[in-house]
Design a protein around this ligand. Sequence first.
Ligand SMILES: Cc1ncc(COP(=O)(O)O)c(C=O)c1O
Length: 444
Amino acid sequence: MRVADLLPRELERFEREHPRSRELASRASGSLLSGVPMPWMIRWPGAFPVFAAEAEGARFRDVDGHEYVDFCLGDTAAMTGHSPEPTARALAEQARRGITLMLPSEDAIWVGEELARRFGLPRWQFALTATDANRFAIRLARELTKRPKILVFNWCYHGTVDETFATLENGSVTSREGNVGAPVPLAETTRVVEWNDAEALERELSHGDVACVLAEPALTNIGIVLAEPGFHETMRRLTREAGTLLIIDETHTLCCGPGGYTKAEGLEPDLMTIGKAIAGGIPVGAYGMTDEVAARVLEKTVWEAADVGGVGGTLAGNALSLAAVRATLGEVLTDEAFARMIALGERFAAGCDEVIAEFELPWQATRLGCRVEYMFSPTPFRNGGEAYAAFDTPLDALLHLYMLNRGVLMTPFHMMALMSPATTEADVDAHTASLREFAGELTG
Ligand SMILES: Cc1ncc(COP(=O)(O)O)c(C=O)c1O
């Protein structure tokens, strides 16, 4: 069967089985722009989104009473599993003791010490999202180097950070498709190179105008694209030689272990950013830096204007968020939990490999710790440009819908799955079974 034959059948099933979601979607369209609270939610396959009723651990239930195994996990923000008990308890307790004060709480110290222990960077600050952590890290890099530009990798994603919505088109920097209301032409703020292209990186850094390289240690937002052996060492050497600061964004690659990719692979960034999962989904972002960067920041800080310098925010570092981070890092995303999650990631990838081999699909699965993605190409991609070119939107939409109809939620926009401490082997096997069923129909 072909995609075009399967899609109408799956769409019809989805609509038939989700009458309450349809009703709510219709009502939502009266007050919410395009019927959703946030524009990305329009991109789920199907005529309307599934409305969630409640979620716990690795599962959620929709308003029509269907239960799902959740491998999307809030696109990493719920990598802890939904509402983990220690985080929920800490939140309830802190909410009664004060939510936000513009004063530090003792939890901030515990969290700073724990982040330093995990990631190896000694000085930390907080924001409300990973986006903001990236924005503040970029500002600091510009301030310290007095250089105007940043460098990112083609088809990266680092949140809604203006400078990062740049892609390469025939070798030139251009605004990423869909970039809404770009404040300035992207070529003025950003240099872009392909991931794993050391030669291009060296060439672009040689202009001497790049304040920082902002990189995920493996691309995770255009499929998973791993770093080739030696690329990180080269990137570190080249950035040092160019006087460019290296910012590693661990927001998604925390999936590699308790100290993310940075600790697992011994990276030496100047600054590091993170958000999403570290508070179990409660808004928080954090950015860490070396002692050397910290000393330079302190030297440059205009203390009388620290509140209007463009770094920080009224709710950043609030007591509630930090209580949630303390409970989450202390009791949920532990070493022991990561060991189990990564083993489940291996099981998930093995299931994909089995189905791909059995049905001779021209696909492959890539694993990064407890994160797995299967992509519609027989070989792994080397960079974002290659990965983007291979996107098969109709197949991707069908597969998401097919899984949804069988109680399996995958991360939207690509076939990515994440394991939480609450995920079980049976959950993983349920996905493998649905994938096998799909492969049988697609090739049958
Ligand atoms: C690598 C990376 N960094 C930063 C962000 C931004 O996170 P948030 O949208 O929570 O600010 C994302 C979001 O997907 C991300 O994937």
